[in-house]
Design a binder for this molecule. Structure first.
Ligand code: C5P
Length: 292
């Protein structure tokens, strides 16, 4: 069985001060984007989970979310003594880029094995199981467009945005999520607003790019830019090249993006960025319906 696992971007990300367990309450509008990893599953007679990957830099041991989620699901279904699975991952989504690639691989492993082993778990049961392995996995079990709250594990759907395309800037900068949250805490002012639940997103999916972009914020930009001067520099350079257009960061970075209503506009501006910036720039569909 082959499945494609999409990346995501956080269109909007507000972050509250950490709770007693150190995690931060979030309010984030997340959408899938047309950039995909591929996963191929083969059941075997030898019990255990074996992962191979075309990217030699990626660990394929028990630290990989694909191995963690597959092992966890076989255990929970009481199949680990009798069933084995070989998973081959073809990696296209950059790691440490705020695109949720590892989380998507983990979530789509659960969705695929649920079908392949005929477990018949409901989407809600899978999403709640998935959220044990990281904040973004529940989103990928539902997708393609949700408002995520809690740590990111509460994912009611929201209609996809009206702009259909994003231009992604993919600098070769790896941002460690825990360090970005730590810097967020250091920069936090004592009277920071923590009323995340009051945000009403209901009208946002009807807004064209020009009206939607000014509403979007990412509370992790100041800490990420304070940790990485090159990322801050690319952000301000991109904004200038695009004549002041709003450019946002996804998750804890390092991917930057802006939105367009049409593919033509997106591709013209992606070409402008590519010419001057010297970083990987890609035009992708937002909330794509068909996998590539
Ligand atoms: O869940 P995920 O693997 O994305 O989280 C990585 C790290 O980011 C956590 O270990 C934690 O330090 C931080 N984090 C947080 N609050 C969140 C999500 C992540 O502090 N809501």
């Amino acid at each position: 069985m082959r499945v494609t696992a999409p990346a995501k971007i956080n269109l909007h990300l507000r972050v509250g001060p950490p709770t007693a367990d150190g995690f931060h309450p979030l309010s984030s509008w997340m959408v899938t984007v047309g950039l995909f990893d591929n996963l191929e599953f083969t059941l075997t007679d030898t019990p255990g989970v074996r992962l191979t990957c075309d990217d030699p830099a990626l660990p394929t041991d028990a630290s990989n979310l694909v191995v963690k989620t597959a092992t966890g699901l076989l255990d929970a279904a009481n199949l680990s003594a009798t069933t084995g699975v070989h998973i081959h991952l073809t990696k296209r989504i950059p790691s440490g880029a705020g695109l949720g690639g590892g989380s998507s691989d983990g979530a789509f492993t659960l969705l695929a094995l649920n079908k392949l082993l005929d477990l018949q778990w409901s989407p809600d049961r899978l999403a709640s199981f998935a959220s044990r392995y990281g904040s973004d996995l529940a989103f990928f079990c539902h997708g393609p467009s949700s408002v995520c709250t809690g740590r990111g594990e509460i994912v009611p759907p929201l209609a996809p945005p009206k702009p259909k395309y994003a231009v992604l800037l993919l600098p070769p900068i790896h941002m460690p999520t825990p360090a970005v949250y730590k810097r967020f805490d250091q920069l936090l002012s004592p009277n920071q607003d923590s009323a995340l639940r009051t945000q009403d997103y209901s009208a946002w999916p009807t807004l064209a790019a020009q009206n939607l972009l000014p509403k979007l914020i990412n509370a992790l930009e100041p800490p990420a830019f304070s940790l990485s001067a090159p990322l801050k520099e690319i952000h301000s350079h991109a904004t200038k090249i695009l004549d002041g257009r709003i450019v946002r960061m996804s998750g804890s970075g390092s991917t930057l993006f802006t939105l367009y209503d049409t593919r033509d506009e997106a591709e013209t501006n992606a070409a402008r960025l590519r010419l001057t910036l010297g970083v990987n720039v890609q035009t992708v569909e937002l909330a794509p319906t068909g996998a590539k």
